[in-house]
Design a protein around this ligand. Structure first.
Ligand SMILES: Nc1ncnc2c1ncn2[C@@H]1O[C@H](COP(=O)(O)OP(=O)(O)OP(=O)(O)O)[C@@H](O)[C@H]1O
Ligand SMILES: [Mg+2]
Length: 380
């Protein structure tokens, strides 16, 4: 990157914009480095095979960078509400619109973003990125549990097997952190040592790694989230003991895999939420997995240093957007502030970075906006 451009960024007054620009440039550099590494690999293979001319033609020049113009176009073409009634009975979730037709469900992952359980706006490319991240993890965990994915007709769309959802959200936590009422740190700090049936040691500090990951299920179909122990879930008739234990085993194995693969990318999988369903007696992983909507990720490189000094961890999720909302007085009640283009771009950039780091694939923006592309893919 030319030095005068760096100087121009350094001179930008608004911190939010400056940060977004720096992140964008880092992303481009990382992409260039990734491509260079791929070329070095290709060169090694060429040398091995002494097949220089043939292979040189096949070296991938990489995807075009995401330009400012393309981002600007997407700001006006995000995927918000969908209506494809011909695909089945419509269900609207916070982020996904589903269309159920017998044993097949078409899930459209929109660009909607929810914070504090409220819809706050759309983020360019978010749906496509969430699906790309989940696709990576479905693939990387298929040996642990089968998942619902059947086919991917569009980057924002999945066809999945319709399952009977198990009425629990399986939250697995590796660290003592969080700021909401159901979060581990808030309860621990208030003196609670039994979190959903898990006995925690004395003396934990904020953001400390737990001796071992714990499962803190919440109920899926109640308005207010509440932490449940294994005994509560069974006593309330939500699951049998046998089913609970099978689910717990799957979740801990998924979390171990997530932790291991994230570590290879220099990331910490802090906590996450799994949804499981049943097809007959078979447990199936449904909804999404290890996306920034369902999970918290931190950068590993400075974890120790920040933990020791008691500073915030650097997170690669939507936390900065939550902070932006809080700075404007929004905590989930009243009207949400209208997202500015700058914060939408900054948030999109974080999602793109995370996807590229995890999947090791450069992000590709299609010619059409998400709204136009999905309409084309799904209209009858
Ligand atoms: N294979 C499946 N079979 C049945 N239901 C599914 C399947 N996959 C996902 N679902 C359900 O589809 C809905 C997807 O919508 P979305 O992810 O927006 O959920 P939500 O419940 O509103 O929010 P959140 O996931 O953030 O709690 C969820 O209710 C999820 O349980
Ligand atoms: Mg969901």
């Amino acid at each position: 990157m030319p030095l005068d451009e760096v100087a121009a960024i350094a001179g930008t007054a608004d911190r939010e914009i400056r940060r977004a620009q720096l992140i964008e440039h880092r992303r481009r550099l990382a992409q260039a480095a990734h491509r260079a590494a791929a070329r070095v690999d290709a060169m090694d293979r060429m040398i091995e095979r002494e097949d220089v001319v043939e292979s040189a033609l096949r070296v991938d020049e990489g995807a075009p960078l995401l330009t400012d113009r393309r981002m600007a176009k997407e700001l006006h073409g995000t995927l918000d509400r969908t209506d494809f009634g011909h695909l089945g009975v419509r269900h609207e979730g916070k982020v996904r619109d589903s269309y159920v037709d017998g044993d097949v469900r078409t899930i459209v992952t929109t660009d909607r973003l929810s914070a504090f359980d409220r819809y706050v706006g759309t983020i360019p490319f978010k749906g496509q990125i969430l699906n790309a991240i989940a696709n990576y993890w479905f693939d990387a965990t298929a040996d642990i549990v089968s998942n619902h994915l059947l086919e991917v007709p569009d980057p924002n769309v999945w066809r999945v097997r319709e399952c009977t959802p198990i009425p629990l959200e399986f939250v697995v936590r590796g660290y003592a952190t969080g700021v909401t009422n159901t979060s581990l740190w808030v309860n621990y700090e208030a003196g609670e040592r039994n979190i959903a049936g898990n006995l925690l040691p004395e003396g934990l500090r904020r953001n400390e790694r737990l001796p071992a990951p714990i499962l803190t299920p919440t109920t899926k179909f109640e308005i207010r989230d509440r932490n449940l122990s294994r005994a509560d879930a069974i006593a309330d008739g939500l699951v049998t003991a046998e089913l609970f234990d099978r689910c717990a085993d799957v979740c801990f194995r998924l979390f171990a895999r997530g932790t291991e693969l994230a570590a290879r990318r220099g990331l910490i999988l802090v906590d996450t939420k799994y949804e499981l369903g049943l097809l007959g007696d078979e447990i199936v992983l449904i909804d999404e997995i290890h996306t920034p909507d369902s999970s918290r990720y931190w950068y590993a490189d400075r974890y120790d240093e920040l933990f020791q000094s008691g500073e915030e961890q650097r997170s690669l999720d939507k936390e900065p957007l939550r902070e932006w909302l809080v700075e404007r007085g929004f905590h989930g009640e009243g009207e949400a502030p209208v997202l500015t283009d700058e914060v939408r771009i900054a948030t999109a950039t974080r999602y793109i970075l995370l996807a590229e780091e995890l999947t090791q694939q450069p992000f590709q923006a299609a010619e059409l906006t998400a709204a136009d592309r999905v309409a084309r893919a799904l209209e009858s």
